[in-house]
Ligand binder design. Structure first.
Ligand code: IMP
Length: 426
């Protein structure tokens, strides 16, 4: 059972990039499973700081095979730009395979995403990357897939057919119609550039599993943005939970050994939708500034608040987490008191479970438990005992509330700034 899967436990931006970068050091294969370039994984390693959107974090290890799996929504222009930028900085990207089954995100998806979100009753605040409309095409079985890039003759026909569907909608929303020949002219050089990468990863995955190699499955976004399990409709259009990651990677659950849930030591959310522990006060602002909580993709300020253990317990269940990675504990230094939400109050009643309806969640008031804060800088801590007692107690309490061992505590941006406590981190 050689698979480790890593999912965000909150609303994305939990610091999965760093966790995956760490685990990728000892993985032979890293698979990105869902989402698209709506994700932005920040990685700081000896080669510098990188912001990856589509390329799996294993790319920095020259021996690791990296796979963009069938569940990913692939913007081919974005991928080429990302590969070029990595190559310019000396990163070898030869060992990247792109599944021909991955669906393409094309310019009309991005246009539709922006135009539709602008007129939607109750904006979602999407990243505008075309991810939702691309998954809509996939589900309605008119999507173009990465493998279509290898069939230029059929490509124009498919583009013509899909544009006949989308152009009237684009125009109705005030956009310009797109023409198949000019889209084709944009796509052909991208197809040529991506050709060496467009190979079915299935035989490589089979060989890796048979050889008992470690396969790391990398999630984007987070459980509370999951299309099925998140705060619908304020969600993304894929399944970023562990089950969805395995589907998106094309790997069955019986191969899974470690299901890692990544949680930030506090909560953030970008875009619209309810967030019970959101703070509109000085503490919220302090978290935003200390944590530099601004979106990697859109630059939007993230909404900040305390750790929500009700949502956390729910995410732990949905993902079947075998361990937690608790990131950015260092950001909490300097706060007098820390508040953990252990239950909600809804219309005068105590609620222990994360409610299914966003309207209810929006009315929930967190019931807080207070813990003392600490003043020390945590950046140099490499063992639990290096942490001040209050920080240790905070980690322990989250472990108890989520009923899951903390395998890793993050105390800074760099790869080494972490405390490894349990498998798969030790
Ligand atoms: P979409 O994925 O662009 O359709 O956006 C839907 C919702 O998910 C919006 O609230 C976005 O802000 C949010 N979202 C999408 N990707 C990410 C991410 O990587 N991190 C955090 N939020 C995200």
């Amino acid at each position: 059972m050689p698979i480790t899967a890593v999912a965000g436990g909150q609303w994305g931006d939990e610091g999965k990039g760093k966790v995956v970068d760490l685990l990728a050091q000892s993985a032979q294969v890293v698979v990105r499973a869902q989402g698209g370039d709506n994700a932005g994984h920040t990685i700081v390693n000896p080669a510098g700081m990188f912001k990856l959107r589509l390329v799996p974090a294993g790319i920095f290890n020259p021996r690791t095979l990296c796979v963009i799996g069938p569940g990913v929504a692939l913007n081919p222009a974005g991928l080429v730009a990302e590969l070029d930028a990595l190559n310019q900085r000396g990163v070898n990207t030869h060992k990247l395979l792109v599944s021909p089954r991955a669906h393409l995100v094309l310019p009309y998806h991005r246009l539709l995403d922006r135009l539709e979100d602008a007129v939607r009753r109750g904006r979602l605040g999407t990243t505008g990357r075309g991810i939702g409309p691309a998954y809509v095409d996939k589900v309605s079985r008119q999507g173009l897939r990465a493998g279509d890039l290898l069939q230029p003759d059929a490509l124009e026909e498919k583009l013509t057919a899909v544009l006949a569907q989308h152009n009237p909608r684009l125009q109705a929303l005030g956009g310009e119609p797109l023409q198949a020949p000019s889209l084709l002219a944009e796509l052909l050089p991208l197809a040529e550039r991506l050709k060496p990468h467009l190979q079915d990863p299935v035989p490589h995955l089979r060989r890796a599993l048979q050889a008992g190699e470690t396969v790391l499955v990398e999630g984007a976004q987070g459980t509370l943005l999951d299309l099925d399990h998140g705060t619908y409709p304020f969600v993304t259009s894929s399944s970023p939970s562990i089950g969805g990651l395995l589907v998106g990677a094309g790997l069955g659950p019986s191969h899974l050994r470690h299901a890692v849930g990544v949680f930030k030591a506090y909560c953030t959310r970008v875009g619209e939708g309810p967030m019970p522990t959101e703070l509109h006060d000085a503490t919220g602002e302090a978290l935003r500034q200390r944590g530099q909580e601004f979106g990697t993709v859109t630059g939007r300020p993230r909404r900040c608040g305390g750790f929500d253990a009700v949502a956390g317990r729910y995410a732990r269940l949905v993902n079947g987490c075998t361990s937690l990675a608790l990131t950015r504990l260092d950001v909490l230094s300097g706060l007098e008191r820390l508040r953990l939400a252990t239950a909600y109050e809804l219309d005068g009643e105590r609620l222990e479970e994360f409610p299914p309806a966003w309207e209810e969640l929006a009315r929930c008031r967190p019931v807080y438990e207070e813990l003392p804060g600490w003043q020390e800088d945590l950046g140099g801590a490499r063992a639990l005992d290096d942490l001040p007692p209050a920080a240790q107690a905070y980690v322990k309490r989250i472990e108890e509330l989520l009923d899951c061992p903390v395998g890793l505590v993050g105390v800074g941006e760099e790869r080494g700034a972490a405390i490894a406590l349990a498998a798969p981190f030790v």
